[in-house]
Design a protein around this ligand. Structure first.
Ligand SMILES: Nc1ncnc2c1ncn2[C@@H]1O[C@H](COP(=O)(O)OP(=O)(O)OP(=O)(O)O)[C@@H](O)[C@H]1O
Ligand SMILES: [Zn+2]
Length: 457
């Protein structure tokens, strides 16, 4: 079945044709690991996961790459302000490297708790400094850069179509330019390399042909996507705030170096809002997944909530909406469980389901279809098989849910999820420590070929 996706670049919904038949290269801008992710950030990664699952449902092999921004993301998009990592270091009293390590781990745990499939490749900006320097050096050779007192900048005036992704009004922006532009020639120009010493003492810095410093935020994604997916790949994703600056700049750099617009499709997830603003780390309402868990909410209830709103519509977070999602999930699980042994899935419903996914990932309609299946006159085994097939795309773990799981404390589910992750990353001492923690709350964990099994001690 054809997949039609809304591409921000062309502002059209169009059919996806893989560049290489059967395979999709997918790059999603990852988190800046200076603090915990909030559930707004996580909405974006649930969207990316739903996209990936829809692609896999259609039989594509997805090469999913996600970066970890552990240097160079400044507090202001205008290339001024502090590096978020250095700020995180001051806030916590830990080194910037430790801060990155700690929040990267916390982020991966959040993804696991939300049943988000882990990317095939994680790449850290600080592990790709050489690639970024090489990229900038090539841009310099091609005449796209200039030097100021604080760094090497990309000259956007060299590109007539700079900002096309965002349909930027360049002339309007330029005439509204502000004083804090420093020595930048155009307001849209951006830093490729910043010199140390211009933004206070730094822990993270490297030698380069231009002097000691650190890479700008945008160059990491152009350099790492090229390294892991090539100069032109199928789909690039991120949150909607990336359109006017970060993704416009990624395209500018890649176009200048390779002559491609980086990705065939550009997909953007809309924000999670809280009250009247965007949920953000800097703003007041900073809800972590753990905050919800502490309130007794199953992380998958948040996933269910995200399924009920299309990824291109903003979602207003309220306790009522979350509670009703939790109830919906609970009812769905119970009803699916009671259907007993799966038989053969119903082709007609599978077809309709795929049509919903193929219509720019219409998960709200796909979810409504699941309820329609439950109410239909199909035999129980057929319903069950059909719904378990749907769940490949929903990711609600319907197949493994059992009513007695309710009697397993949520704390244990979390410990087991964290331990699963620790084991997959061969962090054996962490895994042992988590097992000891499980014992403290009365459960022994056995590692079996089917995975971990909890036993009451
Ligand atoms: N309220 C939100 N809803 C959905 N996605 C969001 C929200 N805020 C940020 N994102 C997305 O989360 C992803 C990770 O972003 P990142 O870790 O850099 O956080 P951030 O943009 O610095 O967040 P904040 O502005 O809250 O500090 C990006 O794709 C970004 O677009
Ligand atoms: Zn990026």
């Amino acid at each position: 079945m054809a997949l039609h996706l809304y591409d921000t670049y062309t502002r059209t919904q169009r059919e996806l044709h893989a560049i290489e038949p059967g395979r999709i290269g997918l790059y999603a801008c990852g988190p800046t690991v200076y603090d915990y992710a909030h559930i707004g950030n996580l909405r974006t990664y649930i969207f990316v996961d739903l996209l990936r699952r829809a692609l896999e449902y259609e039989g594509f092999q997805v090469n999913h790459v996600m970066n970890i921004t552990d240097v160079g993301h400044l507090t202001s998009d205008a290339d001024s302000g502090d590096d978020k990592m250095e700020k995180g270091s001051r806030r916590t009293g830990k080194s910037a490297w430790d801060v990155a390590e700690e929040y990267t781990r916390a982020f991966k745990e959040d993804l696991a708790l939300l049943n988000i499939r882990a990317p095939a490749t994680w790449c850290r900006a600080t592990s790709h400094i050489a690639e970024q320097i090489e990229f900038i050096a090539d841009l310099e050779r091609k005449g796209y850069t200039y030097r100021t007192a604080d760094g090497i900048y990309f000259d956007t005036s060299r590109q007539p179509d700079y900002g096309y992704l965002a349909r930027l009004d360049r002339a309007g922006l330029q005439s509204g330019k502000r004083v804090e532009m420093g020595e930048k020639r155009q307001i849209t120009d951006f830093a490729l390399w910043k010199f140390s010493g211009t933004v206070g003492l730094r822990q993270m810095e490297w030698d380069s042909p231009w002097g000691v410093g650190f890479p700008g935020w945008h160059i990491e994604c152009s350099a790492m996507s090229a390294r892991h997916l090539g100069e032109y790949f199928d789909i690039h994703c991120g949150g909607e705030d990336h359109v006017p600056v970060h993704h416009s700049n990624e395209i500018a750099q890649t176009e200048a170096r390779y002559g491609t617009r980086l990705a065939n499709f550009w997909l953007h997830g809309a924000f999670l809002k809280s009250g009247d603003g965007k949920m953000s780390k800097s703003g007041g309402a900073f809800l972590r997944l753990q905050t919800l868990i502490d309130r007794g909410i199953d992380p998958l209830a948040y996933r269910y909530l995200c399924l009920t709103t299309h990824y291109r519509s903003q979602l207003n977070f309220t306790d009522e909406a979350l509670n009703s999602a939790a109830n919906g999930l609970e009812r769905l699980r119970t009803l699916v469980y009671r259907l007993g042994v799966p038989g053969r899935a119903d082709d007609h419903y599978l077809e309709r389901f795929r049509a919903e996914l193929g219509n720019d990932l219409n998960l709200p309609r796909a979810l409504a279809l699941a309820w329609e299946v439950l109410k239909s006159g199909l035999a129980d085994g057929v319903k069950k098989a059909t719904l378990l097939s749907f769940d490949e795309a929903f990711g609600l773990r319907l197949a493994v849910w059992q009513p007695d799981v309710v009697s397993i404390p949520q704390e244990l589910v979390e410990l087991m999820t964290r331990r699963e992750l620790a084991r997959s990353e061969r962090r054996w001492s962490d895994a042992d420590q988590l097992r000891a923690q499980a014992r403290e709350i009365g459960y022994d964990l056995d590692d079996t070929p089917q995975g971990q099994q909890a036993r009451r001690m």
